[in-house]
Structures are given as structure tokens and as C-alpha cells.
Design a protein around this ligand. Structure first.
Ligand code: FEO
Ligand code: CA
Ligand code: CA
Ligand code: CA
Length: 628
């Protein structure tokens, strides 16, 4: 039986439902615990006397910059909002580019209505639901956006289904078709940027699109199914969250909460791997009742074929997407690609679940512009991050020797390999972004309601506070950053600090008030999406509690902020409608327009007709100056 309430939970709440937080984290105990960690924080934490003061080691550049007081922002920071509108700074404008249900081809004109959403026939011919990670490509002089549609909102997408629980194969098909990836050409028209309908680049990639399984796990028994006895051809990509862009102009879509799509109608197969990835029990959408592929009792290996970074060529709408198993199977948030000093390819990746890990992949071959990229994402070494208390760190190679697992098992059950190697359990690693001006990586650790003494992750690994994740019951999140040894992203050593610890200085006088660069004027919670603009500024998007109450009072709706990596200063640039998170960011080719994703808005934004629609918004300066 499907628990009807499950279809309406956010993915975060779904995790809480399956694995509730421990009771009894009293605030006094939390503070006590944090104080006892002060040695990890450089010995200079002060409590109870105004804003928390962080040690020189952990917050060095931020602290130094405060003294210098040099602001670098080209805009005047805005205040919070609690309404159902978009807000941008004075001198900036915003406009919706595309909404869920908008036509990509003329045949789908008017396919969407607020009363009936989209029909099964039109559901893969429109812009998908819940916009997420996106990248812009210039192909033959045309601007092409590739963008993820992370998941469905059944109650909104199936107005005829009671409580949004699908009652037929067609209704399941609608949900499957409005997820995945959209490729769409855009062009500047008289009224701003528009989607170019019927462009040869336009494409929808869904749960049904055929793709190739590549890398060391391809062809292994773990990925063979009745429909694919060779274990090399997979149907579909699912729960496409963050994104990445390769050096050679392809798109990386990252499969995150794939576990929630699988259920079982009879006997549940046994295995530690199902448990570690949260697979089994109740599925979220009842797909398994209408499609055997999602039924674990019939296809126990199907979930082993999802949870990958998948590569898509936006220049060829007939190309076959490729699942890159060498980059591991986790709840992939995004994939940030950079070059090592010797031109090997490095990809940083977060696994977004409480107490899971931060990873990187380093290719064995080197990238040469214009040459074949064959094998660069199939043949390489996967590492898990270990953050030491002395602000040093190591990338631990995941090999048969370090994990006791065969290579194919490491790539299928990557979380278990990372546990065996001894990575540091993190507060839900979301996006990674690398500074284009220096060798430096940033990862948003969104929050971790369960971090605490005696807490464990899904694999039983210690989740008590550590230096990089220092707060029990961490409801605000932080951004960790690292500098690779020798300024080489392929290096196995690094040094690190916390760029920011989010918090509420109006409510707390201790570590929960946040780091020194968090003030009553810029505070936020749950950093998630991140991207650097070409000028070296860090754009931070939030997916947090927008109740504006209690611990979150004064933080308002979710927002996008800009951080200066050099000074540590952070300024609020944009707020989105209540209920929405901000996720996905890219810029027009001329850097004059930013495209920003607004996922799961509440109210009836943007149409004002009673039904909200996830949308991409274009933002630009009225004076036509650069924005990215
Ligand atoms: Fe889809 Fe972790 O965000
Ligand atoms: Ca996210
Ligand atoms: Ca989300
Ligand atoms: Ca999130």
C-alpha cells in the first residue's frame, strides 16, 4: 500500500519519515557539546557575548576582510520577503522565461491548463516540472539551455487523482514524462529571452529515454535485468537534481533521490545495499503497481542502474545519453568539473543525505582540446574526502585494497566503499562550485537535523560533530571550502576552512548565530545551489525553512545571495515566492542575463490563477551592464 501522505512530502521530509531524528536534543546540551569542540575551532570561540567569534584558522580570510571592510558588490543588497513575488535589487528586472507545461513544440501550444495540467500525449512535449540544475551552451551561434526537472508534484500534476496518487498507467506515465531533462534553444526577442519553439535542439529526456551504461560497472551481473540481460542499456534517468558542464561542451545531469521511485509488490530482495540507499518499503508514486521496472520483487537490479552522473550531448537531439558509472553511484547532487595541473579531468560530487560524503573523481587520461575525450569519464580513480580537525584534509582513494570490495561493487555501492575507506560524514553535501580564479572548491552542506553525539548515518558511521560539521542538530548549514595541495585539483592533500556557517544572530548568541560574516541583514538557512560567475563571485541559493518564525525569524523566503571569496562578505541579491526554493543558475552568452530556477513555488505564482508553476526566471540590469 502506498502511504498517500508520502507523495506530498519534500525529499528532505521523506528521509526524516524513514529515519526520524533522535528525540531529546535539548538546546543546553547542544551548546555544551559545541563548547567542548572549541579546540577544533581554533580555540577562540566565544559564547554568550554577542556574535560568535571564530578562530583565526577556521575563518581567516573572512575575519581579515571584515577589518578591511571592502565591499565589491555591484548591487545594493535587498531585504527579506515573505510574499509570493520575486524581488531583485534596484536597477534590476526579472521576467519568467518558461514555466512547467509551456510548449517546446508548436503542437503543444496550450497543452497546459490549471484545471487539468497536461495530458499524457502532451506530457513529454512541454517544459518539465520542478526545474533544477541547468547550464547554457552556445552551439552553432545559438544559445541552448539544458535543465533538469527533478521530480513531480502529483497533487498539482494530476488534479484528477485523489490526493495525487496515480490510479492508472497513463497517470504514472504523465509523472514520468514531466521529469528528466529539457534541452531548449532560447533567443532574445523584442520582449526579452524566449524559448525557440520547434528548434532542432529541443528535446525531452525522461524516465523512458534509452541510455547507455558505460564504465567498469557496465555489463556486470549487478546491473542485468530481464529487459537488459547484457546490463548495458538502461531506460531513463530520474530525480535529476544538480548539473555540470564538461570541458568538451556536454551536459552532466545528476541522479539524486532515485531510491524513492522503487517499491515492491511481493518479496523484498535482501541486501545491505538496499538499506544503505533507502530502497524498499513504500515507494513515493506507486509506479511499481503499473510498471514492473520499478517493482523490486520482479527487477531487484533496476535500482542499481540509477544514481549516476549521466552525460548528454546538447548539440545532437538524437544522441544517446551515457551513464558514467566510474563516477560512482550515490544520491548525486551536482558534478563540478575542473582540470588538474597535468590536464587530467577532476569532478567533484556531493552525496546529499545526512552523514554521507563528498567525493572526487580523477581521470587517468588527460584532456586535450579538440582531441577525443573517450574514456575520460570511464577510466579513473574515485576518492572520498576526509576532513581533519587540524584543517588539513585527504582524498582517500576507493580501491579494492582500501575498501575490501571489487571495483564494480565500489561503483555500485559507493557509499559502503566510502564508509570502509573512512571518509568524513558530512551535513548533507549539496552543490560543489570551484573558483575560476584560483584552485579552490566550495561545497554547500545544507543542514543535518540528526548530527549529534551517538548519531549514525544510514551505514552506521559516526555522525557526532566533527570540525567541518561542528554543530549538533544543525538546522542552518555551512559552506566548507578547500585549497588542493600545490594548487592542483588532482592532489591527494588539501587544506580547508568554513567559508560561512549560516545561523540566526537575532535568536542565538552562540554558534547557532552563525559565523561573523552572517548578520541580521544577510542571514539565511540551508545553502544548496552554488555557482561562480566569471568574475569570481560565489552565488549561493537556498532551499530551507521559509516560515520566517522561531529559529528562522527574520530570514524570510528562500533567496539567492552573492559571496565574495576574498573578503567573506555576503549580500542578498534575490528572494523567491514563499514555498519555493532557488535552484539552478546559468548566464546568457554575453553575461548580461542570469537565468535562475524557482522550484516548487507556493501560492499561485507566477500566473495568479490558483495553481503554482515551477519556472525559470531571467534577471538583468536595466542599464545593460554585465551580471555574471
Ligand atoms: Fe535535489 Fe539535494 O537537492
Ligand atoms: Ca539541491
Ligand atoms: Ca529540492
Ligand atoms: Ca536541498
Amino acid at each position: 500500500m502506498v502511504d498517500k501522505t508520502l507523495t506530498h512530502l519534500s525529499w528532505d521530509d521523506f528521509d526524516e519519515h524513514r529515519d526520524p531524528r533522535p528525540a531529546g536534543n535539548q538546546f543546553d546540551a547542544v551548546v555544551e557539546r559545541a563548547i567542548s569542540r572549541r579546540g577544533f575551532l581554533g580555540g577562540a570561540l566565544a559564547f554568550g557575548s554577542g556574535a560568535a567569534v571564530f578562530g583565526a584558522g577556521l575563518m581567516s580570510s573572512t575575519t581579515a576582510s571584515r577589518a578591511a571592510g571592502q565591499a565589491k558588490f555591484a548591487f545594493e543588497a535587498i531585504g527579506i520577503a515573505t510574499d509570493h513575488e520575486i524581488h531583485v535589487p534596484a536597477g534590476y528586472k526579472s521576467q519568467v522565461l518558461v514555466r512547467f507545461g509551456d510548449a517546446l513544440w508548436s503542437e503543444a501550444d496550450n497543452a497546459y491548463s490549471p484545471e487539468s495540467a497536461v495530458s499524457v500525449e502532451m506530457s513529454d512535449k512541454v517544459f518539465g516540472e520542478n526545474t533544477d540544475g541547468m547550464e547554457l551552451f552556445v552551439i552553432d551561434g545559438k544559445e541552448v539551455i539544458v535543465v533538469n526537472s527533478e521530480y513531480a508534484n502529483p497533487k498539482i500534476n494530476l488534479p484528477d487523482a485523489p490526493d495525487g496518487v496515480p490510479q492508472s498507467a497513463d497517470q504514472v506515465q504523465i509523472l514520468k514524462n514531466i521529469q528528466g531533462v529539457t534541452v531548449m534553444e532560447i533567443a532574445m526577442g523584442e520582449t526579452g529571452y524566449q524559448v525557440v519553439k520547434d528548434s532542432p535542439f529541443n528535446r525531452r529526456i525522461t524516465h523512458e529515454t534509452e541510455m547507455t551504461l558505460a564504465g567498469p560497472l557496465a555489463g556486470h551481473d549487478l546491473v542485468k535485468t530481464n529487459a537488459d540481460p547484457e546490463g548495458r542499456t538502461v531506460k531513463g534517468t530520474m530525480n535529476n537534481c544538480g548539473s555540470g558542464k564538461t570541458l568538451w561542451g556536454t551536459y552532466l545531469t545528476c541522479e539524486e533521490n532515485f531510491n524513492g521511485y522503487f517499491g515492491n509488490t511481493a518479496e523484498m530482495p535482501e541486501g545491505e545495499g538496499y538499506i544503505r540507499y533507502g530502497i524498499g518499503g513504500e515507494s513515493r508514486y506507486a509506479y511499481e503497481k503499473f510498471d514492473e521496472r520499478y517493482d523490486l520483487s520482479k527487477e531487484p537490479n533496476e535500482p542499481h542502474r540509477h544514481g549516476f552522473v549521466t552525460e548528454i550531448n546538447p548539440a545532437d537531439a538524437s544522441s544517446t545519453p551515457v551513464k558514467r558509472t566510474a563516477l560512482g553511484r550515490i544520491k548525486h547532487e551536482n558534478a563540478e568539473m575542473v582540470l588538474a595541473a597535468d590536464n587530467r579531468v577532476v569532478v567533484y560530487m556531493g552525496d546529499d543525505e545526512r552523514g554521507e560524503y563528498l567525493y572526487k573523481y580523477v581521470s587517468n587520461g588527460v584532456y586535450t582540446e579538440g582531441s577525443s575525450t573517450e574514456g575520460l569519464l570511464d577510466d579513473g580513480q574515485l576518492y572520498v574526502a576526509k576532513f581533519n580537525d587540524d584543517l588539513s584534509g585527504e582524498w582517500l582513494a576507493l580501491t579494492p585494497e582500501t575498501t575490501g570490495m571489487e571495483l564494480a561493487e565500489i561503483l555500485c555501492f559507493t557509499r559502503m566503499a566510502a564508509s570502509a575507506a573512512g571518509g568524513t560524514t558530512m551535513d548533507r553535501p549539496e552543490w560543489v562550485a570551484c573558483n575560476p580564479l584560483k584552485a579552490e572548491g566550495y561545497c554547500a552542506l545544507t543542514n543535518n537535523s540528526k548530527r549529534g553525539a551517538d548519531a549514525k548515518n544510514a551505514g552506521g558511521d559516526d555522525m557526532s560533530p566533527n570540525a567541518a560539521n561542528p554543530r549538533e542538530t544543525n538546522e542552518y548549514g555551512q559552506i566548507v571550502r578547500w585549497t588542493p595541495a600545490g594548487e592542483d585539483h588532482a592532489a591527494e592533500g588539501f587544506t580547508w576552512d568554513l567559508y560561512v556557517m549560516a545561523g540566526n544572530p537575532e535568536v542565538y548568541d552562540n554558534v547557532y548565530g552563525g559565523s561573523e560574516n552572517v548578520t541580521a541583514g544577510n542571514m539565511f538557512n540551508s545553502p544548496d545551489g552554488m555557482a561562480f560567475s566569471s568574475d569570481g563571485m560565489l552565488w549561493i541559493q537556498t532551499d530551507g525553512d521559509d516560515s520566517n518564525e522561531g529559529d528562522f525569524a527574520g530570514q524570510g523566503n528562500n533567496q539567492m545571495l552573492v559571496g565574495d571569496p576574498e573578503t567573506g562578505e555576503i549580500a542578498r541579491f534575490m528572494t523567491v515566492p514563499n514555498g519555493a526554493e532557488v535552484t539552478g543558475l546559468c548566464w546568457s552568452a554575453d553575461k548580461k542575463v542570469a537565468f535562475v530556477g524557482v522550484q516548487h513555488p507556493g501560492g499561485s505564482w507566477p500566473d495568479g490563477n490558483g495553481m503554482p508553476r515551477s519556472s525559470i526566471v531571467a534577471v538583468w540590469r536595466e542599464d545593460g551592464a554585465l551580471i555574471g
